[in-house]
Design a protein around this ligand. Structure first.
Ligand code: SF4
Length: 330
């Protein structure tokens, strides 16, 4: 591990100022960063400890928006009665992530910023060819073992999956991320994450000297009737083979779809909104055949790299199953 210096920031302004210097990382829960530092993947020269910054661990559920501070713990948000009542998908996506110990440590801001589980990325001693870690070096996964890699949003340079669950539910419901730097800016979580393209080393829109201070989720009717379905190789402490964050709002007749929200995880290079499927379902009658027909478009443009071909077959089934559950027709 590379030697680094350590600063304990007393307030947001001090943290932002310290983070403006090159090769700086924020330390919050540390559940991803410290792992990657031990693996020699992350090699910061400076660590800015933000764990005790005041005012960033709040959870506020009002009539029109849910606001979550960046330092709120995953477990606190998952267990928050207001969140469970107003937005089941947010709570469920957190409960199904990681282990109890990690959820008690990890912050919401850090959860968004977690990095891919691509085994080639995480093993610099054995694999030098990783464009995300070492731009221009190639991609060991394209011709390697790629069962856990993406089929959507990939490029020739990188096929790594965005590994998180919570951000998938945020993207499905038009959540925004609040960023503080020299000024404050608010951008859609969907736009916060970048496609790999030719620069897979660039994963998000955060610039040096900026930090995530919170998340806002607008309260829409479909959020109250929402669900997160995660299919994985074992029942706990595992990343998604494919997941779906969904929500639905019906007309007064109880069977016509007024609004629907869908995003998928475990299959794409960033949390992946399925607007084509949503558009195909609005105004339609809620029944299994309609859901399955529309869900087939979930993998439009998908590209297999070999071992991960099963995700193209699995994803529409996960989307349809999640919608059937939330529509009470499962
Ligand atoms: Fe690196 Fe991306 Fe290829 Fe994995 S898929 S080896 S992260 S370039």
């Amino acid at each position: 591990m590379r030697t680094f210096d350590y600063l304990h920031a007393e307030d947001v302004s001090a943290a932002i100022e310290a983070a403006a210097q090159p090769e700086t990382k924020f330390l919050a829960g540390g559940t991803t960063l410290l792992d990657l530092m031990k693996l020699n993947v992350e090699r910061p020269a400076h660590l800015v400890d933000i764990t005790r910054l005041p005012g960033l661990n709040t959870i506020d559920v009002s009539t029109d928006v849910i606001r979550i501070g960046a330092l709120a713990k995953m477990s606190k948000v998952a267990a928050h009665a207001g969140v469970i009542e107003a937005a089941p998908v947010l709570s469920e996506s957190l409960w199904r992530a990681a282990s109890a110990q990690l959820r008690n440590m990890a912050s919401i801001g850090g959860n968004l910023m977690q990095r891919t589980r691509c085994m080639y990325f995480r093993d610099p001693g054995a694999y030098s060819n990783c464009n995300k870690r070492n731009p221009g070096s190639g991609c060991a996964a394209v011709e390697g073992v790629n069962r856990n890699h993406a089929v959507l949003g990939t490029s020739d340079a990188c096929i790594a999956i965005y590994p998180g669950d919570f951000a998938v539910s945020l993207v499905a419901f038009d959540a925004k991320v609040i960023i503080r730097g020299s000024s404050e800016r608010i951008i859609a979580v969907e736009e916060f994450f970048l496609l790999p393209g030719e620069t897979p080393n660039l994963e998000h829109q955060l610039s040096p000297g900026e930090m995530i201070v919170g998340i806002e989720i607008p309260r829409v009717a479909a959020l109250q009737r929402s669900h997160y379905l995660k299919v994985r190789d074992r029942a706990s402490y595992e990343f998604a083979a494919a997941s779906a964050a969904v929500g639905i709002e019906l007309e007064e007749d109880g069977k016509t779809i007024r609004d629907v929200r869908i995003a998928v995880g475990g299959v794409a290079t960033k949390p992946w909104r399925l607007r084509t499927v949503e558009d195909a379902l609005r105004g339609k009658t809620l029944d299994e055949a309609t859901l399955r027909t529309a869900a087939a478009a979930a993998v439009e443009g998908a590209k297999s790299s070999g071992h991960n071909a099963f995700k193209i077959e699995l994803t529409p089934k996960v989307v349809a199953r999640a919608l059937m559950t939330v529509g009470d027709i499962a």
